[in-house]
Every structure is written in structure tokens, then in C-alpha cells.
Design a protein around this ligand. Structure first.
Ligand code: CP
Length: 311
């Protein structure tokens, strides 16, 4: 049996909160959830509180819950809630916990998911808080990488794009610290990794290179591309100056050789040319599809006592 039963009732706020054993147990359970596992969460209710736009995270959580026989309530627009009357986030969470068994929250402020967890008696799952963390994106990223390559240890992983504001980058880099990987960071100097995270990765001996040109990042097994996080720029003119600063095209991808796996949390804007999409290693739409499988596994582990056979 999988040891993943330690997930029961647990908050999911930061990738840091999960050990290597936790992560591997979740990935094993997700493999089991590739097949139809039936209505394991009948009678359970998930609340999805989205204070920021989302396509994949909200809809894949909702799809996962429906596929497991549970139900969903929530909102995708804060303007439709009593927050507009001045209700605090803490009070909103105290109300919502009365109506559900678990909460998924996305919020523009760093730390909002932690605050929600501190005020909830039901598990809170962080669906992205500002530039900080997006742990369930990390779970599906790890799942996609392992499914495509058969391993995580021993890989050379490159991050390409907005390393400064990209929460998917921050979460995944933290989780990869549990594994024997070499990390390379590629992007404009203005969008470098936050210093604290950079130091953490370097201290663990996992920082391979920081470069501005993609060609200088070779060789890589995995390239994780992100868009520029326009909504996080304090000064819109800074975004205007840099918005076309980098792009992966087919020729650039092919210079890494046929085995390169290309991931992207999506949405894409201009940073990956559409002619990359039909390369065998372009996994980003498959990655989004895996979001339902991984979130089905996560919700089942958090909301039920069931144990699942390891892969
Ligand atoms: N990857 C991701 O978080 O996508 P959404 O913003 O559409 O949820």
C-alpha cells in the first residue's frame, strides 16, 4: 500500500511542506488514478475560491471533484461576494468552511493561502498566491516529468522565462531540491530568481548555471518555460520594455536534440512559438491534462481514509 495516507486532512500551502517520500507517494497514487476509480468522494463538497483568473487550476480541480462523485461550490470573481462589502479574507474563510469539506484558494497576495489555512478547520489547498507558490502545479509538473522520462533523480532541468515573478518556477525549484537534479536558469537579467531562493538552491549544490541565452543552457533533459507575469509588474512600462525579451521557437528547441521534454504551466502568450507544439517532446498540453489525474489523487488522499496501491 502507498504510504500516502499521511495526506488525510492536510493543508497544501507550499511545496516546501512536502518531503520526498510525500511527493513520491502522491505521484504513485496519481498513477493509480489514471484509470477510472469510481465515486470515492460522493457526499463531499469542494469550495473553489478564485480571487484571480484561472482556466486550468480551477476547472481541473472541479473536474477532478466531479469525476470522483463529489460536488463543487465557489466563485471565480470576488466582485460577486461579500468581500465587496468589506468582509475580511479570514472571515470569508470562516464562513466558507461551514459549507464544504475542503477549500481551494487562488489569491493575488503572497501568504493568502497560509492565512486561509490558519483560519480554516477544513483542509486548504493553495491554487496560487501571488508570486509565491503554486504547489499543486508542482505536483503535476513532477508527475509529467516522471511519466515522460521514468525518473526525476539525475535530470538536468532548465527554467526559461520569468524566474522573478513565476510562482510555478518557485514551487517546482523548491520541490526539486529533494531530488538529485541540476538546475539551470535562463532569462533576462531583470527577471532573475529571487535571491533567497537562488541561495537555497546554490547551498544544496543544485545550481548549475544562470545564463541569458537559451543556447548557453545546453545540455538539458527538461526545459520548463514560463510566460512573463504581466500582472505582477509594479510598473506597466517595465513590462512593455521586456514583453518580447525571449521566445522558444522550433529551431531553438531542436538544437537541444530529440529527447528534450518541454513543459509550460500555461497559459502561453508569445514565449513558445506554436510550431513547437507538434514536437514529440512538447508536453505542455499533456501536462495540463495530467492536472486532473493528480488533483483527483490529491483530493482523494486529503478527503478520504482510503489507501491506494503503489504503482
Ligand atoms: N497553470 C495554471 O495555473 O493555469 P491557470 O492560471 O489557467 O489556472
Amino acid at each position: 500500500m502507498s504510504p500516502a495516507h499521511g495526506f488525510r486532512g492536510r493543508h497544501v500551502v507550499s511545496a516546501d511542506d512536502f518531503s520526498k517520500d510525500d511527493l513520491l507517494a502522491l505521484l504513485d497514487t496519481a498513477s493509480y488514478f489514471e484509470s477510472d476509480v469510481g465515486p470515492r468522494l460522493a457526499g463531499k463538497i469542494l469550495a473553489t475560491l478564485f480571487f484571480e483568473p484561472s482556466t486550468r487550476t480551477r476547472l481541473s480541480f472541479e473536474s477532478a471533484m466531479h469525476r470522483l462523485g463529489g460536488s463543487v461550490l465557489g466563485f471565480a470573481d470576488e466582485k460577486a461576494t461579500s468581500r465587496t462589502k468589506g468582509e475580511s479574507l479570514a472571515d470569508t474563510i470562516r464562513m466558507v468552511e461551514c459549507y464544504c469539506d475542503a477549500i481551494v484558494i487562488r489569491h493575488p497576495q503572497e501568504g493568502a493561502a497560509r492565512l486561509a489555512a490558519e483560519n480554516a478547520r477544513v483542509p486548504v489547498i493553495n491554487g496560487g498566491d501571488g508570486s509565491n507558490q503554486h504547489p499543486t502545479q508542482t505536483f503535476l509538473d513532477l508527475y509529467t516529468i516522471r511519466k515522460a522520462t521514468g525518473r526525476i533523480d539525475g535530470l538536468k532541468v532548465g527554467f526559461f522565462g520569468d524566474l522573478r515573478y513565476g510562482r510555478a518556477v518557485h514551487s517546482l525549484a523548491k520541490a526539486l531540491l529533494h531530488f538529485d537534479v541540476e538546475m539551470t536558469f535562463v532569462g533576462p537579467s531583470m527577471l532573475r530568481l529571487p535571491q533567497e531562493l537562488r541561495e537555497k538552491i546554490a547551498a544544496k549544490g543544485r545550481l548549475s548555471k544562470e545564463v541569458e541565452s537559451l543556447d548557453d543552457a545546453k545540455p538539458l533533459d527538461v526545459l520548463y518555460v514560463t510566460r512573463i507575469q504581466k500582472e505582477r509588474f509594479p510598473d506597466p512600462s517595465e513590462y512593455e520594455r521586456i514583453k518580447y525579451a525571449y521566445r522558444l521557437d522550433r529551431a531553438g528547441a531542436e538544437r537541444f536534440g530529440p529527447d528534450l521534454k518541454i513543459l509550460h504551466p500555461l497559459p502561453r502568450v508569445t514565449e513558445v512559438a506554436t510550431d513547437v507544439d507538434d514536437l514529440p517532446g512538447a508536453l505542455y498540453f499533456e501536462q495540463a491534462r495530467n492536472g486532473v489525474t493528480v488533483r483527483k489523487a490529491l483530493l482523494s488522499l486529503i478527503l478520504s481514509d482510503a489507501e491506494f496501491p503503489a504503482r
